[in-house]
Design a protein around this ligand. Structure first.
Ligand SMILES: [Zn+2]
Length: 83
């Protein structure tokens, strides 16, 4: 965690604290990237921030699904549900 740079909490502006870091493969070229997770020192604030992100993620997934269903042509091979 030597290269951890604290960023302020998006909600209350307090310097966030280091929680954990891990390495993740970014793409199929095998590029490794260190992901750092930082949290607000205020537990209640962090809960609200988490909820905000969860809501955003859900909205994005919903929007992506909408786009997909518009783009995708109906596949005649797909089994038809009768009930
Ligand atoms: Zn905060």
């Amino acid at each position: 965690m030597n290269d951890f740079v604290s960023t302020p909490c998006i909600r209350c502006g307090k310097d966030r604290i280091f929680k954990k870091s891990w390495k993740e493969k970014l793409d199929n070229k095998g590029t490794m990237m260190t992901i750092v997770e930082a949290i607000c020192p205020d537990k209640d604030c962090q809960k609200i921030v988490d909820a905000m992100f969860a809501e955003k993620r859900e909205k994005r997934i919903a929007a992506e699904n909408r786009n997909k269903s518009i783009k995708l042509k109906p596949t005649p091979e797909a089994p038809i549900k009768l009930n």
